[in-house]
Design a protein around this ligand. Structure first.
Ligand code: NAD
Ligand code: UGA
Length: 425
């Protein structure tokens, strides 16, 4: 078992720390955010991720994990440094690598010769090869080990991954990183640094393209009268298409798809080989988000000014507290900009204050006196709400727009004559 350091304790870093420790490694987590480290030291987990709090408590009890803000506190025996810091979208659409550069500089000062810096953050294609020469001069190696976990299922995804990809410039380095995952059953791929980075970006982009296609098809079905549920089911029976990532919604969001598609679009254009499908998916996604506001405006008589609109859901998807690039927030901002008052409820997620945005403490409370209701996050509990009770607290001619297609249309239509599901005529 190895001594390992994980740099950056967010969704990916904390999951990596918990996963590696549960495989028996001794892991030090480093984060510059002292509040975050203090919370973790006192047993509190600063993000919501199913099973994480319990897992960290158990691992802490076994003495396998520790947290610090100080790189010098990393065990001198540690030779594996997982870099899990943010790579947000920069001003031009490409990734901002300043967190990566800063983390690597700090690790380089403290890592013993022969250490491997394992880049788990999603970085632009070519980043690791560019970082390697100066790391090599200090006696350090660079490996790329992209992470494919999804929020809400992060721990399970880490322990039962679809694949483990390690890119390195030598087989010895790649095998050494791969060995850390002993105990996990999954297809393993050792490849070049650039291939590993490309696999990560291309996977996120292809999934985004698929979702944009599905959302456009739902919009088309609203015009043609085709039943989008039947259409998608019929398509999914072809195993080459499959049933996953086939749910239409208000647009794809989250901390990664928007920034990673933007990065791949930017880099591919810079290199003179533009990925037009990815650019189109980004544009299409903006149309999907705008389409929700348009549909609700239409339902509410053509203008939103002075209307009170209830919103169910703030998170970018269910089972997470993450609102980064959430389509729900984009729709809310659009409604607010047109003069609506929005009353939102989410079981977990919170947002910064906005003028004319109220936060309710229950799904029912959000609907009090509202002219319209929109479902923007697919929390299962929303599907259990009673349409009769909801209609009683809303205005008499209230509308409902289900942008996540989770409400039972036949029972909701009985209580709301102005009920609409995304994808239906
Ligand atoms: P996050 O914002 O949740 O957490 C990042 C953490 O890094 C923060 O706690 C921050 O304080 C810390 N940090 C920043 N600079 C630091 C430094 N120099 N030293 C130490 N700590 C530092 O980020 P995340 O969602 O975990 O994403 C991290 C990376 O993983 C990104 O590149 C992202 O694209 C990629 N990724 C994310 C997911 C996901 O589902 N969130 C999945 C796969 C890959
Ligand atoms: C996504 C990928 O699924 C992970 O493999 C990847 O590691 C991660 O990005 C990353 O690089 O950060 P995540 O952002 O957690 O994971 O969320 P997804 O479950 O992929 O959903 C992304 C968006 O697509 C959400 O807004 C979700 O609501 C939407 N979506 C997803 C749909 O609208 N329909 C679907 O059928 C699936």
């Amino acid at each position: 078992m190895a001594d390992v350091a994980v740099i950056g304790l967010g969704y990916v870093g904390l999951t990596t720390l918990a996963g590696l420790a549960s495989l028996g490694h001794s892991v030090t987590g480093v984060d510059l955010n002292s509040d975050r480290v203090a919370a973790l030291d006192s047993g509190k987990v600063p993000i919501f991720e199913d099973g994480l709090e319990q897992s960290l408590a158990e691992l802490s009890g076994q003495g396998l994990i520790s947290f610090t803000t100080d790189y010098r506190q990393i065990s001198p025996r540690a030779q594996y440094f997982f870099i899990c810091v943010p790579t947000p979208q920069g001003a031009s659409g490409n990734a901002d690598l300043s967190y990566i550069e800063s983390a690597i500089a700090s690790v380089s000062e403290n890592a013993p010769e022969g250490s491997i810096l394992i880049i788990k953050s999603t970085v632009p294609v070519g980043t690791c090869s560019a970082l390697a020469p100066s790391a090599n001069e200090k006696g350090l190696e660079i490996a790329s080990n992209p992470e494919f976990l999804a929020e809400g299922t992060a721990l399970t995804d880490f322990m039962q991954p679809s694949r483990i990809v390690v890119g390195a410039s030598s087989v010895g380095v790649a095998n050494s990183v791969m060995a850390l995952y002993e105990g996990i059953e999954a297809p393993r791929l050792v490849c070049s640094l650039t291939s590993a980075e490309t696999i990560k970006h291309a996977s996120n982009s292809l999934l985004s393209v698929k979702l944009s296609f599905v959302n456009e098809l739902a919009a088309l079905s609203e015009k043609t009268g085709a039943d989008i549920t039947e259409v998608l089911f019929g398509m999914s029976l072809d195993p080459r298409i499959g049933a996953k990532f086939m749910k239409p919604g208000p647009g794809w969001g989250g901390s990664c798809f928007p920034k990673d598609t933007s990065e791949l679009a930017f880099t591919s254009r810079q290199l003179g080989s533009p990925m037009l499908t990815v650019e189109a998916a980004i544009q299409s996604n903006q149309n999907s988000i705008a389409g929700v506001a348009n549909a609700v405006r239409k339902q509410l008589g053509g203008q939103l000014s002075g209307k009170r609109v209830a919103v169910w859901g703030l998170a970018f998807k269910a089972n997470t507290d993450d609102t980064r690039q959430s389509p729900a927030l984009a729709v809310i901002d659009s409604l607010l900009s047109e003069g609506a008052t929005v009353v939102a409820y989410d079981p977990l997620a919170t947002v910064e204050e906005r003028t004319n945005l109220e936060i309710a403490i229950s799904a029912l409370e959000a609907c009090n006196g509202a002219d319209g209701l929109i479902v923007l996050t697919e929390w299962p509990e929303f599907a259990l709400e009673d349409p009769v009770a909801i209609s009683e607290v809303m205005s008499s001619s209230a509308s409902v727009y289900d942008a996540r297609r989770i409400l039972n249309a036949s029972s909701w239509s009985k209580s709301f004559s102005n009920f609409k599901t995304l994808g239906q005529m």
